[in-house]
Design a binder for this molecule. Structure first.
Ligand SMILES: Cc1cc2nc3c(=O)[nH]c(=O)nc-3n(C[C@H](O)[C@H](O)[C@H](O)COP(=O)(O)OP(=O)(O)OC[C@H]3O[C@@H](n4cnc5c(N)ncnc54)[C@H](O)[C@@H]3O)c2cc1C
Length: 565
């Protein structure tokens, strides 16, 4: 074996962290607080510190927060648990004991979100935007999927700020000699001796000066073997590895995997550490649980391969399948992600359509991603007010309208449908103008009264009773064909990969569990690779804003457990 010139071998760590994303940074932060020495390995370069969290919108699930109370929202731990259980639908696991720990993590996580979470982050300097968002509103059943109330707390500064509050103390630890980073170190094996994990082996990748998020070379220039009394795996999910996504796709529950998939995550989200950890004795459960989205658009200005951006929609756009049929309740924008994906895939095509107006996109199209929300990411209040409250859609949305390959903009319904037909794929039949027009006219007629039998219009009316929605997220109901609200806009929505809900099963100390359910000595896992705790804290469906928080909660548990021996 050879050593790299920048070898971290002269460092004797108390823990080796595999993955410098959010979960790895949080675990490292906790270890540094306890005065421990940490070696952090990552296959990417230093520019990628913080992993996916940097790209995130920084939405955080909090329960009964001061921000909610100020918006007149009455939330409680009981209501949040009811929603979590309704969404998770635990117990339907293909793995015999797949949900054993997921349930315990879910209870502990809701406790955290209703208790310590806000203070923990507040003390680190993190602040939320005062308007609490309402993600995943669910179907119709209070015991089913979805948030009964708005709980999505957007970080002031989005993902980069979530990263910053942990990165800064970790970098201070580096300056004090407690933390050593080894970038471009890709772990290929977890070393087990006499049943105990004692370190990792891997490949040193050639140096890369790629910008953050860009796919980097996998050319190996060296190998390494590094030892430490604990290994914490925080390597993220599988969303950047479409082969693995397809292999584990839940065909029985969801229908066949889409032929055309785009990536909501960078290429480093490759899922390799799952099999590597499994080879070291860890139990991987709930592999078929994933949280991919239905509202993906091709990034006109991509950073990583097949770069997808998700529209986080308000409730007003008409949602049609590839054959032009309007989805039935509760498959309206922002309600029930996986249920709608099932309906999309049932058609035999892997895309669907929003048909909407300029007025709607101005208020209701939020694009997920820190770089798509420069006003909030840069914490620039003046730009924020100008972008969000003045006429016109936010600049990033307008850019997609102008350059995005999935957008059709037209003044007449004939031109709109003709444009949609040009974008059809997979052999979908041409949409018929008269049929689409009749559907829209019928819907528009329902607006002549202040009441309606249209379930989506009822949803919109309900949404506008939430203060945030009324002020910044939901357009005043109007007729789609009213030229004052034009032009008409259609958006082809593709399925994009994002989060992995299953993973390494862990106990509440983030210790990786083996085949017999007991901890694998020396091995820990946190963040997305651990299904955000327990190998599946979300069960089948997520309530949103629960992933960054899941990294924080499980990363903190891992760091504290290792620090306490
Ligand atoms: C655009 C976008 C928007 C999002 N918005 C939100 C949001 O608003 N709210 C929310 O809760 N969540 C959101 N998420 C999800 C959330 O950001 C991620 O789930 C979370 O950041 C995952 O963190 P992690 O530390 O588990 O993994 P990652 O961030 O994926 O980090 C893992 C690291 O491990 C490294 N690694 C992997 N394998 C190896 C190996 N073999 N050897 C060495 N290194 C390795 C990788 O290079 C990477 O740096 C969003 C995600 C994206 C991409």
């Amino acid at each position: 074996m050879t050593t790299s010139p920048r070898s971290p071998r002269d460092f004797e760590p108390d823990a080796i962290v595999v993955g410098a994303g959010l979960a790895g940074l949080v675990a490292t932060h906790e270890l540094v607080l306890a005065g421990k020495k940490v070696l952090v390995l990552d296959q990417e370069n230093r520019a990628n510190l913080g992993g996916q969290a940097f790209w995130s919108l920084g939405g955080l699930f909090l329960v009964d927060s001061p921000e909610q109370r100020r918006m007149g929202i009455k939330d409680s731990k009981e209501l949040a648990l009811q929603d979590w259980w309704g969404s998770a639908q635990f117990g339907d696991s293909v793995d015999e004991r797949g949900d054993d720990w997921g349930r315990q993590w879910a209870r502990a996580y809701v406790d955290f979100a209703a208790g310590e979470k806000r203070d923990y982050l507040h003390e680190l300097g993190l602040r939320s935007v005062p308007m609490v968002g309402w993600a995943e509103r669910g179907g119709a059943d209070p015991q089913g999927h979805g948030n009964s109330v708005p709980r999505f707390h957007l970080t002031w500064g989005t993902g980069p700020e979530v990263v910053r509050v942990f990165e800064e103390p970790v970098l201070a630890g580096e300056a004090r000699g407690l933390v050593r980073f080894a970038f471009r170190h890709q772990v290929d094996e977890v070393i087990v001796e006499d049943g105990t994990v004692v370190g990792v082996r891997g490949s040193v990748l050639e140096p890369s000066d790629e910008v953050r998020g860009a796919a980097s070379s996998r050319v190996v220039v060296d190998t390494f073997e590094l030892r430490g009394p604990a290994v914490i795996v925080t390597s993220g999910g599988i969303g950047g590895n479409h082969d693995l996504v397809r292999q584990t796709w839940p065909t029985e529950r969801m229908g066949a995997a889409p032929e055309h998939l785009i990536s909501g995550v960078p290429a480093h989200v490759d899922g390799r550490m799952l099999a590597i950890s499994e080879a070291a004795g860890a139990r991987v459960v709930n592999r078929d649980r994933m949280w991919h989205y239905t509202e993906g658009i091709h990034n006109w200005d991509p950073i990583w391969p097949d770069h997808a951006i998700r529209i986080i929609p308000g409730p007003s756009s008409l949602w049609l399948d590839a054959t032009g049929k309007r989805f039935a309740a509760p498959n309206f924008p922002g309600c029930d992600n996986l249920q709608t994906m099932r309906e999309i895939l049932k058609t035999g095509y892997d895309y669907s359509w929003f048909v909407t107006t300029q007025t709607v996109i101005e208020k209701e199209f939020a694009l997920s991603g820190s770089e798509q929300n420069p006003d909030i990411t840069e914490k620039d209040l003046r730009v924020l007010l100008r972008e969000r409250l003045s006429k016109g859609a936010p600049t990033p949305v307008e850019k997609f309208k102008e350059h995005g390959e999935d957008f059709v903009v037209a003044d007449t319904i004939d031109d709109l449908v003709a444009g949609m037909n040009k974008l059809s794929r997979g052999g979908a039949p041409d949409l018929d103008v008269a049929t689409v027009e009749a559907m829209i006219v019928a819907r528009d007629r329902e607006l002549d009264n202040g009441f309606s039998k249209d379930a989506q219009l009822m949803l919109v009316a309900n949404a506008r009773r939430s203060r945030t929605d009324k002020i910044v997220r939901v357009a005043k109901p109007h007729k789609v064909l009213d030229p004052d609200h034009g032009p008409l806009i259609a958006v082809r929505l593709n399925i994009l990969t994002r989060k992995t809900l299953g993973g390494i099963q862990t106990d509440l100390s983030s210790r990786a569990l083996g085949a017999d359910g007991s901890p694998v000595p020396g091995l820990y896992a946190a963040g997305e690779v651990a299904g955000f705790g327990g190998g599946g804290v979300h069960g089948h469906n997520a309530l949103e804003g629960t992933f960054l928080g899941g990294c924080i909660f499980s990363g903190r548990a891992a760091g504290r457990a290792v620090a306490n021996g």
